[in-house]
Design a protein around this ligand. Structure first.
Ligand code: AHR
Length: 677
């Protein structure tokens, strides 16, 4: 769905009646919250945390907080996927000629060079190639040819190396100069010289940059008369993460979140405006040269699909995150496959699961193995479609996918698009998908959304949450605080919610299709929005133990807090972590009382306080000031079972109290008083 000016409400409700009720509920929440938001200056409240061994606890799922990657805003093509050439096979206009070579452009004028597309490629799935006719007997000194500016400029960095691969053909000898060119100088160059290339020939060269320019381009030029065909031109930095093709700085931003899972590849990207433009996994595997690419008609751009089905699973593995594959269930925004003829679609998905999990000798597992990964990927979750509940064929199609997958892979958890938070689903599912995009007040007030959700049926997968609209700007503190409150609510309901992820993850500033986003970047720079940094406060929650806690009084409902016990992986240190969001505009003194823990076990040395706040609620980060709103960590003194802290207005505060004992409980118990969490 394309974002418009209106506030997008909670998705997943499956009938218009639900939507109306939801709207009424939302209005109530807004009025309730806006009248309640102001806390009186320096109000004192008490926060009780029960860490005693007899107190109820909940085990937080290892997957509770994860990430959602969608190919939106050039998140992958021109983003996380480090390929520098855009439209490398000249295929962006589709399989017929003339195709669209954008953003390739011509160097030279029509008296010396003519460029066109034809269907002469040696790759059967992507037949388009570029033909370059050079007429000049005495060509300009720099030569004539073509250039590719990448995705709004290639970031070429001094001392780094770049692997250029291209396919070339000509009836005569060739002498092609390949160069990486900045606005002021040539940064790297090499000559491709060959006598006999009348058959398609693969050529490779490593280019080492002798300067830096974030707005560079790749040029292919010649001073020799003749006809040359080019196809599948790729330029990759050699220092991608583990050589797996992920842009290092963007990858590190994801890694730092320590996501428990990664949902991919969309969103609406999976559905397509039309089925013919939906993401179809089989078109995105095998060597990159053989992939046809496709036009994502929801977000309106071409992808060469270098970041394909295999690479998504590789990404999950590299992040140590459980992969959650969202597949197209025969439904786009506009057209649908009838349930009576859905079986080929079902088979396609069964093949996709075999590709990920199958034996290396199986039909599709062997292709994965040939791509360099004989071990199966850890696929345990699949989602049947995206935001499709209530569409004519959803239920029928869903049931076909469900029965085929469960029969072959009983352990795979299946996620339904229908909202099961307030009433039972009318079909079998392990999880139900729930999306919320709304104002800050609504998102903060939705912290209790799952308080009354069933603990026995399917679990919730809050796969897309974010504050949108004017409260969010392009990533405000206000949005992050509301989301933090919402996430604390999810944490407290971790027996009803199994997974949650913010959306969208990435935006290339040159193609901001959706606003706001967690990570903002261009070809060379990046920063996290406050919503990105907010997620850092939940990194250690996965697999931790939730303790009972309550704030009293909390008359204005502008405070929310949780307490967990977590352990470091490296040295087994144990911490009691308290998180508090103050959504109000005054500071609050909090008297913290921790029951069941002796003050001697709490150590001031090693205990810390981390705060996310800023002087203005609408403050944002930017390329100019990337760290305006980021977590600030300080030493926490006077730690004890009874302690006082003051939380700033409009802030998110985290206390990590070092516990000098392993004697407090870290295992969940089931019969608990839910209200106390
Ligand atoms: O996150 C952006 C979009 O919002 C997703 O593609 C879709 O699932 C939702 O409508």
């Amino acid at each position: 769905m394309k974002q418009t000016g209106y506030i997008k409400e909670e998705m997943g409700a499956n009938t218009p009646l639900c939507s109306i009720l939801l709207f009424a509920f939302t209005l109530l929440n807004i009025s309730h919250h806006s009248s309640a938001i102001a806390i009186e200056a320096n109000q004192s409240v008490s926060l009780f945390v029960n860490a005693s061994s007899k107190a109820p606890t909940k085990k937080i799922p290892e997957t509770l907080f994860g990430i959602f990657f969608e190919e939106i805003n050039h998140a992958g093509a021109g983003g996380l996927w480090a390929e520098l050439v855009s439209n490398r096979g000249f295929e962006a206009g589709g399989p017929n000629t003339p195709s669209n070579i954008d953003p390739w452009s011509i160097i030279g004028d029509e008296s010396s060079i003519i460029v066109s597309t034809d269907r002469s490629s040696c790759f059967h799935q992507n037949k388009i190639a570029l033909q370059m006719k050079v007429f000049c007997d005495i060509c300009p000194a720099g030569g004539v040819g073509i250039y590719n500016p990448g995705f709004w400029g290639m970031n070429i960095e001094e001392g780094k190396t770049y692997k250029l691969v291209l396919y070339v053909r000509s009836l005569g000898p060739i002498n092609v100069s390949v160069s990486l060119t900045g606005s002021k100088q040539t940064l790297a160059t090499a000559d491709l010289v060959a006598e006999h290339v009348w058959k398609w020939t693969k050529m490779e060269v490593i280019l080492k940059a002798n300067g830096t320019d974030a707005n560079s381009r790749l040029q292919l030029t010649t001073t020799k008369k003749g006809v040359i065909w080019f196809d599948q031109v790729s330029l990759m930095p050699t220092d991608t993460f583990k050589g797996h093709g992920f842009r290092n700085d963007l990858f590190e931003m994801l890694k730092d979140l320590r996501p428990g899972f990664i949902r991919f590849p969309g969103g609406c990207f999976v559905e397509g405006e039309w089925l013919r433009n939906a993401f179809r996994w089989k078109e995105t595997i095998r060597p990159w040269e053989q992939r046809p690419g496709h036009f994502g008609d929801v977000w309106h751009y071409w992808t060469d699909d270098g970041l394909g089905h295999f690479e998504f699973f590789q990404l999950a593995e590299d992040l140590g995150a459980v992969p959650v594959w969202v597949f197209n269930n025969g439904i786009s925004h506009t057209d649908q496959v009838d349930t009576s003829v859905i079986l080929p679609f079902v088979q396609e998905i069964m093949d996709g699961i075999e590709f990920a999990r199958g034996d290396p000798h199986s039909k599709w597992g062997s292709i994965r193995a040939a791509m360099g990964h004989p071990e199966p990927f850890d696929l345990r979750y699949v989602a049947v479609g995206n935001e499709d509940c209530g569409k004519k064929n959803y239920l029928g199609n869903y049931l076909k996918f469900h029965s085929a997958i469960k029969q072959a892979y009983p352990d795979i958890k299946i996620i339904s698009n229908c909202d099961g938070s307030s009433r039972p689903l009318d079909h079998p599912a392990d999880l139900y998908d729930y999306h919320i995009y709304s104002s800050a007040n609504n998102v903060f007030s939705s912290a209790g959304k799952f308080d009354r959700a069933s603990r026995n049926g399917p679990k919730a997968f809050v796969s897309e949450y974010a504050v949108t609209g004017k409260d969010a700007g392009t990533g405000s503190l206000l949005a992050a605080l509301a989301e933090a409150g919402f996430c604390i609510g999810l944490e407290k309901n971790c027996d009803a919610v199994e997974m949650a992820s913010y959306a969208p993850l990435f935006v290339n500033v040159n193609d901001r299709m959706w606003n706001p986003d967690a990570i903002v970047f261009d070809s060379s720079k990046l920063y996290g929005t406050p919503s990105y940094w907010m997620q850092h406060f939940f990194r250690e929650s996965n697999g931790a133990t939730l303790l009972a806690s309550s704030i009293q009084p909390n008359p204005s409902n502008s405070l929310i807090a949780s307490a967990i016990i977590w352990k470091t992986t490296e040295n087994d240190k144990m911490y009691l972590r308290i998180k508090v969001v103050n959504f109000g505009s005054s500071s609050v003194d909090i008297q913290i009382s921790i029951a069941g823990i002796d003050s001697n076990l709490l150590k001031s040395i090693g205990s810390t306080k981390t705060e996310l706040t800023s002087s203005n609620l609408m403050d944002e980060n930017s390329f100019q000031v990337p760290n305006k709103v980021v977590p600030v960590k300080s030493v926490l003194a006077n730690v004890g079972e009874d302690m006082n802290i003051t939380v700033s207005p409009h802030s998110f505060t985290l206390l990590d109290l070092l516990v000098n004992s392993n004697n407090i409980r870290t295992v969940g118990s089931s019969s608990v008083d839910k209200s106390s969490y």
